[in-house]
Design a protein around this ligand. Sequence first.
Ligand code: NAP
Ligand code: MG
Length: 498
Amino acid sequence: MSLTLEQTTTIADNLNYATQAFIDGSLCDAADQTKFITMNPATGAPLCEVAHCKGADVDAAVKAARRSFDDGGWSRRAPEERKEVLLKLASLVRENAHELAVLESLDSGKTITDCLHEIGNEVADFFQWYGELVDKTFGKVVPTGEDALGLVVREPAGVVGLVLPWNFPLLMAAWKLAPALAAGCSCIVKPAEQTPLTAIRLAELAQQAGVPDGVLNVLPGLGETTGQAIGRHPDIDIVSFTGSTEVGGYFLRYAGESNLKGVGLEMGGKSPFIVLDDAALDDDLIEHAATSAFWNGGQNCSANMRQLVDQKIADEFVHKVTERANAYTVGNPLDPATDIGAMVTQEHMSRVTGYIDAGKAEGAVLQTGGQKDGDGYFVTPTVFSGLTPDMTIAREEIFGPVLGVLPVKNLDEALHVASDSEYGLHATVFTKDIDKALNLAHRLPVGTVSVNGFSEGDIKTPFGGFKKSGSLSRDNGTEAMEQYLQTKTIWINRGAAT
Ligand code: NAP
Ligand code: MG
């Protein structure tokens, strides 16, 4: 799927923005009529004003969600019928992918190439895959004597709050919404304040596909107001959150101080890319190293920003990865020739450049990169060499295109440095030795390890983190559906066998 710059510009010029909340099947303003501005990070100009939902709107949405859950029109609907609706939604996302992708690119600064791929392929696939799972999700009959029949059935968890980040706006919505809807839950979605537009449009498409009123509500707003009201609401059963580790912690507190709702957390990372001394530093490896750090402008939770390279090959690695970094095109996100778009906000860009300053001040060697002049919030791919494990840029999540190379003596040191982090989301290992690869894969304390290539797995593999990167919940795979289902035991005493 691709579009020319002329096509993306025409679509952008003709877009109608849906800017209201979507509650109980209707677009509406916030109860107090307030709005906030969403910006276009590529120009630094306001894009439009969006409803700012607060406690009263969250109450209205939860009421609608609870009503729709209790009336069974979705939660107890035949699995084949729920599947049908989700497959229709997948088709509608595909049909509207061009418009959705341009909208996403304008709102987030992400490249049109990534938006088209994520929305036209991945988002649609999520609704399809979980739709197809609905009528293939079974309960259990447990072993008993003849005096009983023990059933374990799985029921939708209820009303769920889904609180989302800005780095993959519609994809993160699909990661959570597709399994939650498939499970039969009624949902309240809060998109990130920087990127609310595609989620609102998705709600309209879901209604068109046949999702009943009240089952999918979208509440644009701010974290402190909308997000907190969701976290503290006494009638929300589960919250699934993707975002920073700091805010993930708030959701645990909100739950503890309200109704002890279940909380699923997908949070930050500082993931290692390990290159052992037997790896060939060919174009394939360098491409994976660069992609793992610079994909989506480094605004990626699983970005491999700590590149732990055997000291015997570290200089050659730095030279090659720097050359590759310099070949990226940074600029207009709507241009299909662009590889890296804008940082999501000016504030975020300053945070990223602050980390670049910290790297220089603490003695790492800047090989290339930094802020790009002009309007909009652009940072070019940045490579540091000579990192040591205690440096700020070796420890903290930067969430921008800042790759650091840290030479290591051997596998043991690589494992030690890689594991010495408060995060545990992802790791990549490059080696020709299968024993070393498996040894590291088993011992690294992270949720996903990819070998001889940077990858998060795919829709079928659970994704989530150890330590401060996540809770026990997982997105993707059949595991994601587990987040939104609860088991119920039904124990039936049987009469004596005759
Ligand atoms: P964030 O600041 O934590 O925000 C995430 C969501 O929480 C947003 O909707 C935000 O609303 C809301 N929020 C903020 N403050 C809140 C509060 N006090 N109470 C309730 N809700 C609040 O994260 P982000 O900057 O959008 O996203 C980047 C982070 O997400 C990174 O750390 C990244 O690693 C992580 N991430 C993790 C995964 C994963 O699967 N593990 C995937 C993608 C991203 P506002 O928009 O109004 O702030
Ligand atoms: Mg925006």
